[in-house]
Design a binder for this molecule. Sequence first.
Ligand code: NAI
Length: 737
Amino acid sequence: MSVPLVFDGKVVIVTGAGGGLGREYALAFGVRGASVVVNDLGGDIKGGGKSSNAADKVVEEIKAKGGKAVANYDSVEDGEKLIQTALDAFGRIDIVVNNAGILRDRSFGRTSDLDWDLIHRVHLRGSFMVTRAAWNHMKKQKFGRIIMTSSAAGIYGNFGQANYSAAKLGLLGLANTLAIEGQKYNIHCNTIAPTAGSRLTETVMPPVLCESLKAEYVAPLVLWLSHDQCQENGGLFEVGAGWIGKLRWERSQGRIVRKKNQGMFPETVRDQWDNICDFTNATKPANINESVATLVEVLSRVETDEGIAPNPTSAMATAASGISPLEAVGQKLPESTFSYSQTQCILYALGVGMSTKDDDHLKFLYEGHEDFSCLPTFGVIPSQAAMMDGGLGSVPGLNFDFTRLLHGEQYLELFKPLPTSGTLTSQARIADVLDKGSGAVILLDVHTYSGKELLCYNQYSLFIVGAGGFGGKRTSDKAMSTVTHPNRTPDAVMTDTTTRDQAALYRLSGDWNPLHIDPSFAAMGGFKSPILHGLCSFGFAARHVLKQYANNDASRFKSIKVRFVKPVLPGQSLQTEMWKEGNRIHIQCKVKESGAVVLSGAYVDLHAAADGSPQILPEAGGLKSELVFAEIGRRIKDLGAEMVKKVNAVFGWEITKGGDIAAQWTIDLKTGAGALHKGPYSGKTDVTITVSDGDFMEVVQGKLNPQKAFFAGKLKVRGNIMLSQKLEVILKDYAKL
Ligand code: NAI
């Protein structure tokens, strides 16, 4: 569903907006409701001259399209004056797009002081001056969006642009820190490196390219990064030709080239050079803490390698827990092979609660079925074999007590539907090791192949109780993260009872841990009775989503992520709550009897249906329209005030099923910021529409024309019939739902 991005009430300054990219941004902001300060000094490309023409023309263009704009002709070096123009004309400043720029290209040896200084004054100092002048206003109002304009020349270097490259990458450094300082005030700062034809590039680009790389292919990114919905902060983007990519740092694993009490020598650096520069298993440090954490760890490693009693610092913890990320990360487990036939697929399906009671489960239980399929979550089974056979315990740097290992989280992604039989190979590797204080987390990545073809990827997040405190980092960019579900009642709920023998059945798929079958073993682990496998609940949850939103079509499954929170006992009922957000289905799983959450932060991503329309299946006995009303409720929350202005009416709905009224809804787009009520409405509605659940879905999916439905008697209208024309505002986007 596409809700337009508007900037009503927002005030934006675009520097250097008299031409090129800046003009395009200013026009785009103008038509989307922002009040625009069009700044431009109006000089030549080398920074000489001055004129008000450029800015005035753009202001006129914005006004001609019905927008609000004022001009400012100061140099960005006078940042305060620019911001004052915004305050005088519009009373506030919300968005600063630092775009003004000049070029003074020279090969480095010929770069004069003036060439260097002018470039720095306009690009780096100018952006600083304008942004600083806006900063406190943004802080006070707890909102601000700042764009810095860098350049590929800064990121990669470019012959003849030493002055420009230095200033342009300086802007990225500035943005990195502003992103950190501004975060808590909702001030976000992002950097773009655009490419577009303009007077700056026409001297270096062939005319055809200059013409094709339009400035309008850059502006949408600037608008999105400037919008209050956009939570991106501290990002760097290359943009041009209608393409946008994000950049980040990569760092090699590196090598320690020093030994305790032995000094450090250039010869060791030389001898280790290839290793130092080897990007295999490179990391992507995201902040300065991760950088410092590495150094702290190195200090402790140097100590312990020497076998000398460590200091009472993190080094002590390293020695005690025997966890050393530097050694462990990147280590591979031996490759494993897993052969299976249709029997294993069926056994697994039974293990995660599929039953012939349900007609549409048959395709997972009967090899003679025309659509016989393997359940997507079977993808964990071969990868698990890799872990069990592979001896996690023999990985250097991972010396810990295996009885303290808990399965914390699981991520599974399929690249193809799983075959119903075959021989697969799995490669497992330690992706990262984290220090969570109370424990260590090992991220184990397992890639499973059929021949050379990658079938699926699993990430195990294994928690080792008591093994933390070794001074390692807390988070990792390698981690497939959990996601909080939306804050509303679930869109759908599905419940299934596990049988007393669910664990006994599930373990036959390959998880032989006695904890799930042997009472005395379970007692040793502190459980009253054997517990269900976390991955069994995971299988239940995934198939609930597959049934609810993908018509049990295994090819629609893309990925799943869950966090295991609490154990489930065989015989308890599993209740999967689901929230649909596009192709992502957020899920939470509870034990129905106790209400305890057992899987959290979870989601399933689906591929869109082949015909583009997602399946909307009702909860057993429920109404399909429930989902649509839930979505309408969300939209009213976001855009209610705007809809109230456009519609100004209260709509009553009577949804019928089998001839009876099965649900009543009221969409109030008259009072306050609008609201959705379920159940009979106490107030007066302006118009009431009665329609069956099925016909309602046809209408919202664009399959049934509402006028035709009315004349055919399928849709009855009481009250002010003219108002039903305004239904479009509420329903029009649902054709794409
Ligand atoms: P442009 O020359 O069309 O626009 C720059 C504008 O800034 C001009 O209208 C100029 O009068 C104004 N300006 C110059 N000095 C100023 C000052 N001191 N105060 C106020 N305004 C001043 O160039 P273009 O291509 O639109 O560039 C916009 C920004 O994008 C620049 O920062 C440039 O370095 C950057 N950029 C552009 C690329 C491209 O492919 N066009 C590539 C990489 C970066």
